[in-house]
Design a protein around this ligand. Sequence first.
Ligand code: SF4
Ligand code: SF4
Length: 366
Amino acid sequence: MPHTKQRLESLFLSFTFLCNLKCDMCDIWQLKERGPSLGTIEKILKEAKKLGAHKLYLSGGEPFMRDDALEAIECAHRLGYVTNFVTNGSLLNKMLVKKLSKLRVNVTVSLEGSKECHDSMRGRGTYEMAISAIKMLRERHFLICLSMVITRQSYHYMKDLVDTAKALDVFSIGYQPFSRRNTWLRKEMWDKYIVPENEISGLINMINETVYYARQKRVILQSVHLLHMMPEYFRLREKIHPLNGCSIPFKSLAVNIDGLSVIPCVFHLDYIVGDMDHSSLAEIWNGEEFAKSRSMARQKLCRGCLSGCSDLEAYRMDGGNKDSPLKYLSKRYKILILRLRQRGLKWLWEEAYFRLRKLVRRWAAL
Ligand code: SF4
Ligand code: SF4
């Protein structure tokens, strides 16, 4: 078996396909799958931990449709993971938020640019629910990211979301382009939501304005690189790659909703590189099939996407970064100051303690 020295950073876990909303641009809720059991999740987390993973991304679905979501996050916390998840906010309450605030989690709340736009895509009353969830989270000093789906209808409101983020003291915004892969059951939605060729120049203008506006308002966009690639994404019908290929399968893996099949990234749901029923996660991660998927990603032979691979970090790794090291450092510094302002000194102490503990454990393992 070929051996690779690749260290795993992030584990993407299909946590649940259950959802209490029926958003117009999404078919996931129709799958109605609960997801892997708590025992299976713990097993996956432990195996991934041995490979170096420390970031967990729960994908779905609405995570809190599962009554054991908190337990799963607690388990990840005990094992030293930082858990990241996206929620529509409708199932959060003060008690849950209080419990979550004691764990290492990063929360992304889905929010479209305006109430009108949000409710038309996600259902009446859902905007208010999301806003109240954001307020609850902010009361507990969560660092929140907002996530907006860019469609033919919504891109006009990109700047409005910057205002909302500022007003709610939210840390950052991630703009995700509409994906045909999320509406594979209703193909008629594609024409409804994809930004058409004759509106691409309008989208480019809006992106430029939003980037400038967010800078003025000191709201972080995740990421500016990704935003500028979005017009091309719509033009090429989603087949897009980072300039020098993608680095995602070099540092992360994803486990499907069955809790067994492993895929190189969440955009290749049908590209199974191994099965945890027959092999350990380490064997799959170090195996030939995974190595093949990495080489495909590097050579831009994979399916291509925008949401996962073109994030700033991956872009830098792939040599697509045009920022100078000084600019990069000043950006890191700004992020640290923002986090300090939003989470307070307690956060800094916890962060320092966690990193120190990790270092000590690593030394002890040597
Ligand atoms: S977009 Fe999110 S909140 Fe809406 S139906 Fe799909 S999974 Fe649920
Ligand atoms: S470009 Fe997208 S589809 Fe291809 S490997 Fe990277 S994340 Fe996966």
